[in-house]
Design a protein around this ligand. Structure first.
Ligand code: BTN
Length: 243
């Protein structure tokens, strides 16, 4: 496995994207940095992180065996790998808030940004960006953010956490290649935040409604049991989970 260490960069995802447009990048090439000047989050948001306190890295994954319609399984592999790694560091009450925010004690400690390279309607590769708040203790204006250190009181070695996440990613991508879809989905759904609890959502028109999260579909939609016991599926643009 190749690990490219960068002191500072705009974004490790952007770096790997540029690299892969210029040369052939090997499967599981990792780009990691101490600091990002233009860290990117999901849906065009920013991802900011103090210098050298947290993990910010991207993995180039050859995914030519994965069909476009199975693309949410890549997300599940990544979320499950992070959960399994952080569990081994004794981080409590780990959950995944659909689609892929990593929570501990109901606060966000990690995020995932996956950018797929599609060729001839297949996923040729994915750039998997992972940010985990590890030793940072102050999050200005981010009341929902936390870190492994704030949760456990311990200081962590960033490299140790990185290597365990990479090991879990290798294992779970192997399961995906073996088409162990049920196993991956079960592990993901077993950690799903607010599963089977009454929750409030906002739809794309701004209307609030309540329901019970039941799981996710193969295409990655959230399955919610709403009024009159109707199981409804929502995609990311159609719904926001409020509480
Ligand atoms: C989110 O929760 O919105 C996703 C955050 C993903 C952040 C990581 S940090 C490393 C990689 N490079 C980026 O610019 N973003 C991802």
């Amino acid at each position: 496995m190749f690990i490219i260490k960068l002191n500072a960069i705009d974004s490790t995802n952007s770096y790997l994207k540029r690299l892969s447009s210029k040369e052939v990048v090997k499967d599981f090439t990792v780009a990691i940095t101490n600091y990002q000047t233009k860290g990117r989050g999901q849906m065009g948001t920013q991802w900011s992180s103090q210098d050298s306190k947290n993990l910010m890295f991207s993995v180039f994954k050859d995914n030519h065996n994965t069909k476009v319609e199975d693309n949410f399984y890549i997300s599940m592999v990544v979320a499950v790998s992070i959960l399994e790694a952080l569990e081994a560091f004794k981080i409590k009450n780990l959950k995944v808030k659909w689609p892929n925010d990593i929570l501990s004690e109901e606060k966000k400690i990690g995020g995932i940004l996956i950018e797929n390279v599609i060729k001839q309607s297949n996923i040729s590769a994915s750039i998997i960006g992972i940010g985990i708040n590890i030793n940072q203790t102050i999050f200005d204006n981010l009341p929902q953010a936390s870190s492994m250190r704030l949760i456990s009181g311990r200081v962590y070695d960033l490299d140790e956490v990185l290597h365990l996440i990479l090991k879990k990613l290798k294992h779970n991508f192997r399961l995906l290649n073996q088409k162990q879809f049920g196993l991956l989905k079960n592990t993901y759904e077993n950690h799903l935040f607010r599963k089977d609890k009454p929750s409030t959502f906002r739809d794309s028109e701004g209307e609030l409604f309540s329901g019970f999260i039941k799981g996710v579909s193969d295409s990655g939609n959230l399955q919610v049991l709403i009024e009159d016991n109707i199981l409804t599926e929502f995609d990311l643009k159609a719904v926001t989970l409020l509480y």
